[in-house]
Design a protein around this ligand. Structure first.
Ligand code: IPM
Ligand code: MG
Length: 357
């Protein structure tokens, strides 16, 4: 039976990059991949149409689907809205609703793009690291939060950084298992020298480590990790960290690969149901201009095949095709270099489809 994919394209460049990723998946039909795609609005697009960044019908469609392919949400014109109405809430509510606690953000440098990074090629070439970001807790979701007027009559903003041990334990297990399948080195990133929450994080990760004696575990403070990522990123294999630190470090890691337009992600729950999205945002400045790099979304679609649909051979096909088009010199504007062939979003998609065969 064909798997059903909910396509939530969202705002800005979301629709363009999702359309291309869907075309790539459809091109695999000749090779036996049967998927059914159903679109639904999310983010600003859903706000305009239904006054809700995650309308009930969109949530219902996701519940009936085998996986979610997600574009991007957000635009400056929504920034002044009350928080529940903001496009980002569409994404955050989806993560929470489906308990998508394990966010996999692999940063791999394709040999062809080693020169596209702002770092020296010898620092980044061959880089292959995986950031595991906890995605459903931490200061993103902790209560209480708000802006109020304090006893001195001053406006005061506050959020709560909070983790319980079970939330740390389950992401730690995912991280150790990922490390087992890779180079068996795990770095847990925290701020245990200052924050109680992350002292608990460190203690629980240490406890879980007992079950994985073959994995070498280290701990690093987040400020040092931010520095080490640009100083010597090759020291890392798997990094596991909380929601907030993972948000920041994964944007940083994306620059090692040449462009934030290259980084895919998977957000999984305990039964491997997942939401797949590029880690970049909606890039309103280039929306509708056929300039966006669709490769992060195409690579996210490959992750969807691998992690939620158990179609690893098709995932390999897509990843090989991406490598091939880069080898052929195709580049979107964000990764262009002298002598390459600069193409738009749609043409990059066509090149990937041609390279599938
Ligand atoms: C990400 C994004 C989101 C986040 C935003 C859009 C809410 O930056 O997926 O990294 O902060 O998690
Ligand atoms: Mg982010």
């Amino acid at each position: 039976m064909a798997c059903a994919i909910a396509v939530l394209a969202g705002d800005g460049i979301g629709p363009e990059i999702c359309a291309v990723a869907v075309q790539v998946l459809e091109a695999l039909r000749d090779q036996g991949l049967e998927l059914v795609f159903n679109e639904a609005p999310v983010g600003g697009a859903a706000l305009e149409a239904h006054n809700d960044p995650l309308p009930p019908a969109t949530l219902a469609l996701c519940e009936q689907s085998d996986a979610i392919l997600f574009g991007a949400v957000g635009a400056p014109r929504y920034d002044a809205l009350p928080r529940p109405k903001r496009p980002e809430q569409g994404l955050l509510r989806l993560r929470k609703h489906f308990d998508l606690f394990a966010n996999l953000r692999p940063a791999t440098v394709f040999p062809e793009l080693a020169h596209a990074s702002t770092l020296k090629p010898e620092v980044v070439s061959g880089l292959d690291l995986l950031i595991l970001r906890e995605l459903t807790s931490d200061i993103y979701f902790g209560q209480p939060r708000g802006i109020h007027t304090n006893a001195q009559g001053l406006r005061e903003g506050f959020d709560t950084m909070r983790y319980n041990e079970e939330e740390v334990r389950r992401i730690a297990h995912v991280a150790f298992k990922a490390a087992q399948r890779r180079r068996r080195t795990l770095c847990s990133v925290d701020k245990a020298n200052v924050l109680e929450t992350t002292q608990l994080w460190r203690d629980v990760v240490e406890e879980v480590a007992g079950g994985y004696p073959e994995v070498k575990l280290t701990h690093m403070y987040v400020d040092n990790a931010a520095m080490q990522l640009v100083r010597d990123p090759q020291q890392f294999d798997v990094i596991v960290t909380g929601n907030m630190f993972g948000d920041i470090l994964s944007d940083e890691a994306s620059m090692l690969t040449g462009s934030i337009g290259m980084l895919p992600s998977a957000s999984l729950n305990a039964r491997n149901f997942g939401l797949y999205e590029p880690i970049h945002g909606s890039a309103p400045g280039i929306a509708g201009r056929d300039e966006a790099n669709p490769l992060a979304t195409i690579l996210s679609a490959a992750m969807m095949l691998r992690y939620s649909l158990e179609e690893a051979a098709h995932a390999d096909r897509i990843e090989h095709a991406v490598r091939k088009v880069l080898g052929q010199g195709y580049r979107t504007a964000d990764i262009q270099e002298p002598g390459c062939r600069v193409v738009g979003t749609a043409e990059m998609g066509r090149a990937v489809i041609a390279a599938l065969n």
